[in-house]
Design a binder for this molecule. Structure first.
Ligand code: G4P
Length: 527
């Protein structure tokens, strides 16, 4: 098969949701429907449970599971579907944000009882930054949730994206009878079944057919006719181009745990979701069908066994064909590397691959050559853009507890922050090290790993900062601004100056008093 055909059959996407909306369940059902697993319950939950917050090993075990389920590939109707898993726990949100740079589209799961939640909003902000196409799956229709019209309104206003329902529910909760598929005029009747695929489709040429009243009852049939008329009157016909440009999100309703609504979601997904797309680098845009291989690392996972300090770098293939045992150029290090055991992930197993194509994600054993955002090429000097750092929310200073081990501590902090576990800021002069994270859990992770992998001991001292801001503007203005705030100016790992603001009020003051400087809460302004 040629490169073009390999590209055309691939769909690489992520499933995102606020924890508990049903991401794990939906992932499992997609694998079930895709034939990648035979029974429900086979995929271990990748979520870090709330009770685990104080038990570090438990967290690591669960993170271990997440390596195995980081990418799940399966064949479905002539397509190769790559699902990139994203941790649901909010303390690992950065991981999720970075994974979103490696997908071509996402499926967003919403709980119909809760509607749009905090994580949903943040994740969607990241999708909006890159115009990632989004399909919405409103889950848990077997529960009494919000009115579907209200949910659609909420999605539009809270997520600033236009929506277009492609299916429509007939009641909810105990009275839930099924969904009507607006785009092909069929009725999918609901049956509670957690283990089997149970979709019974019935096609209607015309909703006025009296058979509809017999099946769902006169009252519900009348309501459905009214709803469909209203929806078709209010919404424009679904425009696939607008979806692919990230402007319009099609919406499906279903119940993942009951295998309901999943088939139509998957079938529509493979029809409309974009094939692997081109990506920008610091020198030019690269298209997937270019003959030379390029790719970037978006995630690094450490080996759980402290005796082996190797890691797995997850690389998204962006163009050309990746081949095992061929030398590729690590642009940042200006070094050629070859990989004898690259592997891919098929359902739950991983296996050595000979070749990989755009849209694929491969795991590369790494002994410290990679950092998140690194690019591999066949020699061209360029770096993929857009692996953003987001402002951390909690900041602490690292205090060395064993002066004899300061080298180890330094190395450990350096490597763990390369992996993206946290962000490192240095204060100059004095070389004080500040760690910024999204959630408290990361401090536990860092402390444990420093001790076990690097034999270094440290404690963290709380710092009173609220946001890290990257600055752009005229150099003299920035230098002037920094001069008066020596304690609040730090350097990130890429030697960018970063302003640590202590409160929303202080940040607003800085913005008001320095109109020439733009304060960015992510490092992605460079894109
Ligand atoms: P997450 O990955 O987004 O965090 O969510 P997950 O799939 O783990 O689902 C969260 C809870 O919601 C699970 O219940 C799951 O069974 C339930 N769930 C998922 N889909 C549906 C649905 O369509 N209807 C209903 N009623 N519930 C659904 P749990 O009690 O936390 O776990 P479990 O013991 O059921 O596995």
């Amino acid at each position: 098969m040629g490169l073009e055909q390999e590209i055309a059959k691939r769909r690489t996407f992520g499933i995102i949701s606020h924890p508990d909306a049903g991401k794990t369940t939906l992932t499992e059902k997609l694998l079930l429907f895709g034939g990648a697993i035979q029974t429900a319950g086979a995929v271990k939950s990748n979520k870090i449970t709330k009770t685990a917050t104080s038990d570090f090993m438990e967290i690591e075990k669960q993170r271990g599971i997440s390596v195995a389920t980081s990418v799940m590939a399966f064949d479905y109707k002539d397509c190769l579907v790559n699902i990139l898993d994203t941790p649901g726990h909010k303390d690992f949100a950065e991981d999720t944000f970075r994974t979103l740079t490696a997908v071509d589209s996402v499926i967003l799961v919403i709980d119909c009882v809760k509607g749009v939640e905090e994580q949903t909003r943040r994740l969607m902000e990241v999708c909006r930054m890159r115009n990632t196409p989004v399909i919405v799956f409103v889950n848990k229709l077997d529960r009494d949730g919000k009115d579907p019209y209200d949910l659609l309104d909420e999605l539009e206003t809270e997520l600033s994206i236009s929506v277009r329902p492609l299916s429509w529910p007939i009641n909810m909760g105990r009275d839930f009878k099924g969904v009507y598929l607006l785009h092909d005029g069929s009725l999918n009747l609901f049956e509670v079944n957690k283990t089997k695929r149970t979709e019974s489709l019935m096609r209607f040429e015309n909703l006025d057919e009296p058979q509809l009243d017999e099946i769902i009852g006169e009252k519900d049939a009348a309501k459905l006719r009214e709803d469909v008329e209203l929806i078709n009157g209010v919404y424009e016909p679904f425009d696939v181009q607008m979806y692919r440009e990230g402007l319009l999100a099609p919406v499906f309703f279903g119940s993942a745990v009951n295998n309901f609504g999943v088939q139509e979601l998957l079938d529509t997904f493979i029809q409309i979701a974009p094939i692997p797309q081109g990506r920008s680098t610091d020198t030019r845009r690269v298209e997937p069908n270019e003959s030379k291989f390029t790719g970037f690392v978006f995630k690094i996972h450490a080996n759980l066994d402290p005796k082996h300090r190797d890691r797995i770098a997850f690389l998204r293939v962006c163009s050309g064909k990746f081949e095992r045992n061929k030398f590729y150029h690590q642009v940042r290090l200006d070094k050629d590397l070859k990989f004898s055991n690259p592997y891919n992930f098929l359902a739950q197993s991983k296996q050595v691959v000979e070749a990989a194509y755009p849209g694929d994600v491969i795991g590369l054993y790494d002994t410290g050559n990679f950092k998140i955002g690194d690019t591999l090429t066949e020699g061209e000097e360029m770096t993929y853009k857009g692996i953003p750092s987001f402002s951390p929310e909690i900041f602490k200073e690292v205090v060395n507890l064993d002066p004899m081990k300061s080298k180890q501590l330094e190395k450990g902090i350096e490597q763990l922050t390369d992996e993206g576990v946290a962000q490192l800021f240095r204060q100059e002069p004095g070389n004080r090290k500040y760690i910024g994270v999204v959630g408290e859990l990361q401090f536990e992770v860092i402390q444990y790993r420093l001790e076990h992998e690097y034999s270094a001991k440290c404690r963290f001292e709380a710092l009173n900062f609220y946001k890290a801001c990257w600055m752009t503007g005229p150099d003299d203005k920035i230098i002037d601004f920094c001069k008066y705030r020596p304690k609040e100016i730090v350097m990130d790992k890429d030697e960018n100056r970063v302003y640590l603001a202590s409160s929303p009020f202080v940040l607003q003051m800085a913005r008001d008093n320095n109109p020439d400087i733009t304060f960015h809460e992510t490092s992605e302004f460079k894109v």
